[in-house]
Design a binder for this molecule. Structure first.
Ligand SMILES: [Zn+2]
Length: 223
């Protein structure tokens, strides 16, 4: 473990200017990767609505051997958009299989689709880790994910947490936990502080825990 353990931001849409942080910048397929640092690439459910999703899935191949690509996603299922669940399912599963064949973790966007995702995971039995990003559900939902082997990443909702979210964060085991800023203009350090307060621990201790998780899941990809 390095003396000065970096903060890990597992999912962000904006690269920070602080080079001491390790971040996974989300890139939607057909967009440019960042100039430096790690990134993930995926066809977001919102992009399916644009109609070119078959071409976009093919375009995923362009990124395949990029040295700084460390994850597939965000990909997922969103119940609040006007795209059929069957189609979202198909596009998601295609990317889940890409993650398997590229040997990369999968970063998942979900809106009210925990049951579908757990069911798909059960059926596909992926070897690569699946990370639910922006988790903001109840402890019963987090328990279902955890039982199935998912990782959970918490973010901006920790700044106005209800009791249900607090207990979901409290029951998440150390070795399944990540933190993120997503599309919010917040400092990842503040997310660590909020999470540490809810878990009754110190931000420094959380840094160790999450750094260890990052190395375990992404270590081979780090240069
Ligand atoms: Zn996102």
């Amino acid at each position: 473990m390095p003396v000065d353990i970096p903060y890990i931001n597992i999912h962000t849409h904006t690269k920070s200017t602080d080079s001491k942080h390790i971040e996974i910048v989300n890139v939607m397929v057909a967009h440019q990767p960042p100039q430096d640092g790690y990134f993930s690439v995926g066809l977001h459910p919102w992009q399916i609505a644009e109609g070119r999703w078959t071409e976009m899935l093919q375009e995923m191949e362009i990124y395949r051997n990029h040295p700084r690509l460390v994850a597939v996603g965000e990909a997922g299922i969103d119940r609040l958009i006007d795209v059929s669940i069957d189609l979202q399912n198909e596009v998601f599963q295609h990317q889940a299989l890409l993650a398997e064949s590229w040997e990369l973790p999968l970063i998942i966007h979900t809106v009210r689709s925990a049951n579908e995702l757990i069911e798909i995971h059960r059926r596909l039995k992926p070897i690569m880790p699946w990370i639910i990003h922006g988790f903001n559900g109840r402890a019963t939902i987090s328990e279902n994910y955890l039982r199935q082997g998912f990782f959970l990443s918490f973010g901006k909702s920790l700044f106005r947490p209800n009791e249900a979210l607090k207990s979901a964060l409290q029951i998440c085991p150390d070795d399944r936990l990540f933190l993120e800023t997503d599309d919010a203009q917040i400092d990842i350090i503040k997310v660590y502080e909020a999470a540490a307060a809810i878990r009754g621990t110190k931000p420094e201790a959380l840094k160790e825990v999450i750094y260890r998780n990052f190395v375990r899941l992404f270590g081979e990809r780090m240069t």
